[in-house]
Design a protein around this ligand. Sequence first.
Ligand code: COA
Length: 254
Amino acid sequence: MSDILTDITAGVMTITLNRVEKKNSITAAMYATMADALVQAEADPAVRAVVFQGHETIFSAGNDIGDFLNAPPATSESPVFRFLRGISTFPKPVLAAVCGPAVGIGTTMLFHCDLVYAGNNAAFSMPFVNLGLCPEAASSYLAPQLMGYGRAAEALLLGEPFMAEAALEMGLISRIVPPAEVAALAQRQAQKLAAKPLSSLLETKRLMKQTQAPMVAARMAEEGQSFGRMLREPAAREAFGAFMEKRKPDFSKV
Ligand code: COA
C-alpha cells in the first residue's frame, strides 16, 4: 500500500498520510507525491477543496529522520520545499484533520491550511531546535504572529508541545471533536465548500492571504537556506544519529 493515498470524491481531493508504522513520518518520495497532487488539484476544475488527514492516533511525526541523515534536501527544488511552496500558495481551500502528535512539518503545514479540525488527542510541536535545526514553512514568521511572541518562543525555542485547547484558542485550529469524528467532520466541511461558487472561494482566500503572502514566501526561502545548511552541521547530525540509535543526543561538543 502506498505511503500517500489520494482520492477525489464529490469535488474534494483527500490526501492521506498512510505510513502509520513509522508514525506517518514523511519521506522525500511522500513530499513529491503530495506536491504533485497539489499541482493536479489546482489544475483540475473538478477539485474544489483539498483535505489532508493522517490516522486517528497520529497525524505525522514530521520529516523522516533517516532521510534527513542520509538524503537531506539539496536544493530549493527538493520535494519538501516544492510541497511547502505548493501548500502555502494553494489557491483553493485546504483543510486538515489532525489527531494525535503533529510534529515539525506536521504542525507547520497547518499554518497554511484554511480549516483545521483536531481530535482532543492532538498534540502540536515544532522541536526544530532540539534537532539542531531552525523553523521552516515560514513558521518563524507565522507562529509569533498567531501565538504571540511569548508562546511562540516556548514552542520554537524550547520546542515545547501544545495541546488542542491551546491551538484552538490561538486560532491554529477551528474546532476540537473526539478523534473518531475528526475525519468525517473535515469531509463534511470540505463538501460544503465544494458546493459553493469556486470563483468566490478563490477570490476570498486570495484577499485574506494577500497581505502576508510576500512575507511568507520570502521567509520560507530564507528559512530553507538556513535549514538546508543546518541539516549538514554537527548538532543536527548528532540529533539524528541519537534518534536512530534510540539514545539521548549529546550537544556538549557542538
Ligand atoms: N522519522 C523516522 N522514523 C520515525 C519518525 C521520524 N520522524 N518518528 C517515528 N519514527 C519511527 C520510529 O523510529 C519507530 O520505528 P521502529 O518501530 O522501526 O523502531 C516507529 O516510527 C514508532 O515510533 P516511536 O517513537 O516508537 O513511537 P511513539 O508512539 O513512542 O512516539 C512520536 C511517537 C511521534 C512522539 C515519536 O516517534 C517522535 O518523537 N518522533 C520523532 C519526531 C521528530 O523529531 N520529527 C522531526 C521533526 S523536524
